[in-house]
Design a protein around this ligand. Structure first.
Ligand SMILES: NC(=O)c1ccc[n+]([C@@H]2O[C@H](COP(=O)([O-])OP(=O)(O)OC[C@H]3O[C@@H](n4cnc5c(N)ncnc54)[C@H](OP(=O)(O)O)[C@@H]3O)[C@@H](O)[C@H]2O)c1
Length: 293
């Protein structure tokens, strides 16, 4: 029987591509958004706001599976908001007796050194799992694709900076993933029964420092960044100058940049056996993201 899949965050960077891929694969997609009149993506738009638990009942009606692809990083109190939102979502999922929630969170070892943003993503994971509905968690670092906020910060820094006094985070190791692969994994865990209740780490084939990401993105855009070496600025300070070089919402950028001090690398590659396929390399992912513009 054709499954009905509720995609929250369907108007967003990740959710829009997940909704499109699910619809292509023949699923019935309910695209959850606060602004259904402005929604032109795949699936049938359904209006709901996670901060209004009552609105979730209608969105969940008849859904078999629900994707949780929401955050409120642009708000000062995002930790509280996102925790409350996850609680409402998991309760609505339980009431509707959906068979599974699928959530995309953040990579990073949970050793107490996580930024507020990554801590919050982990907290959301815990809250979603506290309900009776089995959750499949995917954890990713930066997803490379047009419109992804972390990628847009990288692209704009690499493309616009003539020279740069580098913040400490440029030496942090990370494992970016192409949008196409992130979506492939998100959709690939939907059917396998063994993915119920499991947490998977997803990443591209290369572990890079942010400085490598910036320099390689600059080269692909036809420029060249000077050797970036001076670890002077703290992440908090560096986000203040971010606003001069990127057009990304500053509150969101600041929260994301704070996370760039945390190493985000895949430690467990179980996903590559569950959803086989060759992930796209960083340079190719950048070329695809740039060509999409
Ligand atoms: N982008 C990355 O590089 C990356 C990397 C790792 C993990 N992730 C994770 O992927 C998920 C999606 O991120 P994204 O980059 O796709 O985000 P995004 O483009 O900023 O989209 C956020 C979505 O959240 C929805 N939303 C926000 N507040 C809402 C509310 N109160 N009620 C209902 N919907 C609400 C928005 O929908 P409406 O405005 O239409 O309501 C929007 O579609 C997040 O969990 C994020 O942590 C992303």
């Amino acid at each position: 029987m054709t499954k009905t899949v509720l995609v929250s965050g369907a108007s967003g960077f990740i959710g829009s591509h997940v909704a499109a891929r699910l619809a292509e694969d023949g699923y019935r997609v309910r695209a959850m958004t606060r602004h259904p009149r402005d929604y032109h993506g795949a699936g049938e738009p359904v209006e709901a706001d996670v901060s209004d638990p009552g609105s979730l009942t209608a969105a969940f009606a008849g859904a078999d599976v629900a994707y949780y692809l929401i955050h409120s990083l642009g708000s000062d109190d995002f930790e509280q908001r996102d925790a409350d939102a996850a609680r409402s979502f998991t309760e609505a999922a339980a009431a509707a007796q959906v068979e599974r929630i699928i959530y995309l969170g953040g990579l990073g070892a949970g050793d107490g050194k996580l930024s507020a943003h990554l801590r919050s993503r982990r907290e959301v994971e815990k809250i979603l799992k506290s309900g009776p509905v089995p959750v499949t968690v995917l954890r990713a670092a930066v997803v490379i694709g047009r419109g992804g906020i972390s990628w847009e910060i990288t692209r704009q820094l690499a493309g616009r900076l003539p020279a740069m006094v580098t913040p400490r985070w440029v030496r942090t190791r990370t494992q970016p993933i192409a949008l196409r692969d992130a979506v492939r994994y998100l959709v690939g865990v939907l059917e396998p029964v063994e993915a119920r209740g499991r947490t998977y780490e997803i990443g591209g084939p290369e572990v890079l420092r942010y400085v490598d990401m910036l320099q390689r993105a600059a080269r692909i855009q036809g420029g060249r960044l000077p050797n970036l070496t001076v670890p002077l600025l703290t992440p908090r300070l560096s986000s203040a100058w971010l606003k001069f070089v990127t057009d990304v919402d500053l509150a969101t950028a600041r929260n994301l940049v704070d996370s760039m001090a945390t190493e985000v690398v895949v430690r467990d590659d179980a996903i590559t056996r569950l959803v086989p396929g060759e992930p796209i390399g960083y340079d190719e992912a950048v070329r695809i993201a740039l060509a999409d513009r």
